[in-house]
Design a protein around this ligand. Sequence first.
Ligand SMILES: [Zn+2]
Length: 105
Amino acid sequence: MKPVHTARHAAEAHLIRGYLQSEGINTIVRGEFLTGGIGELPADVCQVWVVADSDTDRAQALLREFLRGDAARAHAHERWRCPGCNENIEGQFTDCWNCGAARPR
Ligand SMILES: [Zn+2]
């Protein structure tokens, strides 16, 4: 077993666990029920572990995509139009990829 993600809280850990399970990777969440001073992990650490070491690489690749997709979705509603060239720019960019103009405030 190997840890592939350290979550900020149990809900995040379970979200990621559910995603990996849906991709056919068997995982567990460790740390959520521990109290201070007991066990091998601090109480506020919640980790997602893959059960089979052979799934580790694939799990990490999936997680990178998953977390990046999350960021993209969070900014998806913030598309903006470049004042320089009228290009439609995705929300995660702060400058126009086409002409380099800065995003207007
Ligand atoms: Zn532009």
